[in-house]
Design a protein around this ligand. Structure first.
Ligand code: ADP
Ligand code: MG
Length: 275
């Protein structure tokens, strides 16, 4: 049977949406940084072969000696893969293109949907006292697809955080994603829930954007976070400097929005933990 999710720390949250370019990676990096800035011990698991979360956190490809590929195939344990970043209390398990081959390698195994869950659970049960950290949050940055990597992320998670871009087709594809969440809940991980949806790249100069926010709130209600992430040039510049926006420009609108989102998430997770 699969290793159980632990009631205590860490909370595992997947950033998932099968659409590309909606802000999954940007939110993983900057929400992770904001959570670390307010005292949480955070690990970002880069589960996208593109490795944008790793790059955006300043981890060069040649530094990625062990990666989430090694973790998924069972060649390495989490404390061997996780690397510290320039942000105190923020680590990343980096990815490489090798991750593209993981599906084929694990497809024949009976535990193929639980590879990540097992890796996280064994880290929590036996934290390596020298290199291992006791994470309070693990954020999994998913690829833009509902493939076996994303299924591994969802089966390892307490909750899913869905970034939706404030554009006309924002809700398109959401029902397919929510259907997948229901399937994973039913077959693999009854503890998985959607909390919640974060609207990204809001452009106040675009009249349509306000309408999109209203529509998404009307459809999804409480699942939608109050914080809306603005379209902000500092957010898009930061990754090319290998920095989260909070290190690149702390005072920017983008940084402040991600700090608000982090405190909203902590509130929501606390309520759920208490329930
Ligand atoms: P995903 O991981 O869902 O594919 P990304 O986080 O990589 O999406 O974002 C796609 C692109 O949009 C990136 O170039 C990123 O820098 C940019 N971007 C994301 N969020 C914002 C934002 N709030 N303001 C400006 N640019 C953004
Ligand atoms: Mg991405």
């Amino acid at each position: 049977s699969p290793p159980s999710l632990l009631a205590s720390a860490p909370r595992v949250i997947s950033l998932a949406n099968q659409k590309g370019g909606v802000g999954k990676t940007t939110t993983a990096i900057n929400l992770g940084t904001a959570l670390a800035a307010i005292g949480e011990e955070v690990l970002i698991v880069d589960l996208d072969p593109q490795g944008n979360a790793s790059t955006g956190l300043g981890i060069d490809r040649k530094q990625r000696l062990r990666s989430t590929y090694d973790l998924m195939v069972g060649e390495s344990i989490l404390s061997e893969v996780a690397m510290e970043t320039a942000v105190p209390r923020l680590s990343v398990a980096p990815s490489t293109m090798d991750l593209l081959g993981v599906e084929l390698e694990i497809a024949g195994r009976s535990d193929r949907a639980f590879r990540l869950r097992r890796a996280i659970a064994s880290h929590v049960q036996r934290p390596d006292s020298i290199r291992g950290r006791n994470y309070s949050y693990v954020l999994v940055d998913c690829p833009p697809s509902l493939n076996l990597l994303t299924i591994n992320a969802l089966s390892a998670s307490h909750s899913i955080l869905v970034p939706l871009q404030c554009e006309f087709f924002a809700l398109e594809g959401l029902s397919q994603l929510l259907q997948t969440v229901e399937q994973v809940k039913h077959a693999l991980n009854p503890e998985l829930s959607v909390h919640g949806i974060v609207l990204t790249m809001f452009d106040s100069r675009n009249n349509l954007a306000g309408q999109v926010v209203a529509d998404v709130r009307a459809h999804m209600g409480d699942a939608v976070y109050d914080t809306v992430i603005p379209r902000n040039v500092r957010i898009s510049e930061a990754p090319s400097h290998g920095k989260p926006v909070l290190l690149y420009d702390f005072k920017s609108m983008g940084s402040q929005a991600y700090l608000r989102l982090a405190s909203e998430i902590i509130q929501r997770e606390k309520r759920l933990r208490a329930a």
